[in-house]
Design a protein around this ligand. Structure first.
Ligand code: LMR
Length: 397
């Protein structure tokens, strides 16, 4: 049976991890996969996570099945984190959440859920989008199309073209939007642009699916949720996929959430029953450990404060790295304007070099990034920025 298979290439993002690990160059730099790193290049476990884990270890008294919804407390706290405590959708009991294996699990649940709502729904994604979005939705049998988003030449948004495309989207279709820290471009919608997108969403009647994988990594927890919160005030139905991988640093625990918004409480209940069926058919029920850590932190005022401080440290470091790289390139007398890197948000930006130059950086200088020239900003540090800027200057000459 397996004779019919042809080997597939390694994942364009995850494949870099192996290549980097095998490289013995003393100055190698990993700007590939989107994980936070401290100045020493290590991805630490947050202190608040360590404390929460210790508490759970002492108090957990069963490993019995958790059920397809996952932890009810985690789900409730995650919807408050996303929407804010007094959001009208929460007060009207229109929100339902399931815990999922990571943000990717949330997206896959959303994909199968959409298929059950409208088998012919087209999913519209930004051009470009996270490399896994297309494959993931196509694997669920959904047709994926793109709307214009990033202008590679001008390092800006193609906002007018995006709006023109959204004005053509059918009411049974779904439009995927990045809540903040757009992956891969780092180019976010401003609040005023969100307002326009929300207006066209209501007018056309399509369903928004918001992917919020980086809440707190852009401008702050509330600021990064602007689009989510305003959209949920305006539309009848919405899907939100959240991840705790980055903001809680829980990458390998695989914890996220899929949240749906019904037009009223009764519709939310019906939709939720379908969501649970979808979960049962894919993986039955989510893992519990990551959710237990997150709910312990969010439910405890002191731990919650500590988490927000640790999150701010990660955010500030990434923003500092952006400026540090731009300054270093400037110092070397590089003519090309890289100032856009300092203005963009979150974990990623496109360096804006050709795929041949990406290859040269990798093969000649052991600097790893995705072929599109997406760089993970957290991989920069004061120890490697000089070498990095020097190598970039050399290859773009
Ligand atoms: C990334 O884009 O690098 C991260 O979201 C990790 C992943 O799974 O691709």
């Amino acid at each position: 049976m397996f004779n019919s298979l042809t080997a597939l290439p390694a994942d364009p993002i995850l494949g870099l991890l192996t290549q980097y690990r095998e490289d013995t160059h003393p100055q190698k730099i990993d700007l590939g996969v989107g994980v936070y790193k401290d100045p020493a290049g290590h991805t630490p476990i947050l202190d608040c996570v360590k404390i929460a884990e210790q508490r759970r270890f002492e108090t957990e008294d069963t490993k019995v099945y958790i059920g397809p919804t996952g932890s009810a407390q985690f789900n409730q706290l995650m919807s408050v984190l996303a929407f804010g405590k007094t959001h009208p959708a929460l007060l009207a009991d229109r929100v339902r959440t399931v815990s999922t294996p990571g943000g990717t699990g949330a997206l896959r649940v959303a994909a199968d859920f959409i298929k059950r709502c409208h088998p012919d729904a087209v999913l519209w994604v930004s051009d470009p989008t996270w490399a896994n979005h297309t494959g993931l939705f196509e694997a669920a049998g959904i047709t994926v199309k793109t709307y214009p988003y990033y202008d590679y030449d001008n390092k800006s948004l193609k906002f007018d073209q995006m709006m023109q495309q959204l004005q053509q989207v059918n009411k049974d279709d779904v439009v995927l939007l990045h809540a903040c820290c757009h992956n891969p471009s780092g180019m976010d919608l401003t609040p005023a642009q969100w307002d326009e997108v929300i207006e066209v969403t209501v007018k056309q009647g399509f369903t928004p699916l918001i992917d919020m994988a980086y809440q707190g990594f852009g401008d702050g927890l509330d600021e990064d949720a602007y689009g989510v919160r305003e959209m949920a005030k305006a539309v009848e139905n919405m899907i939100l996929c959240s991840s705790c991988s980055k903001n809680f640093g829980l990458y390998r625990e695989r914890i996220g959430a899929c949240t749906i918004l019904g037009s009223d409480s009764a519709q939310a209940n019906t939709a939720f029953s379908v969501l649970l069926y979808v979960v049962r058919c894919i993986y039955s029920m989510p893992p519990a450990h990551g959710a237990a850590i997150v709910e312990t932190i969010l439910a405890d005022d002191t731990l919650n404060q500590q988490w927000q401080q640790e999150l701010a440290v990660m955010r500030d470091r990434i923003n500092g790295n952006r400026t540090m790289l731009v300054n270093e390139l400037h110092k070397l007398g590089v003519d090309r304007d890289f100032s856009f890197i300092a203005q963009q948000k979150g974990m990623f930006s496109f360096l804006g070099v050709s795929s041949e130059q990406v290859m040269t950086l990798k093969h000649d200088h052991s600097i790893y990034m995705v072929d599109s020239s997406r760089i993970s900003i957290a991989g920069i540090s004061s120890a490697n920025v000089e070498y990095l800027a020097h190598c970039i200057a050399k290859v773009i000459k």
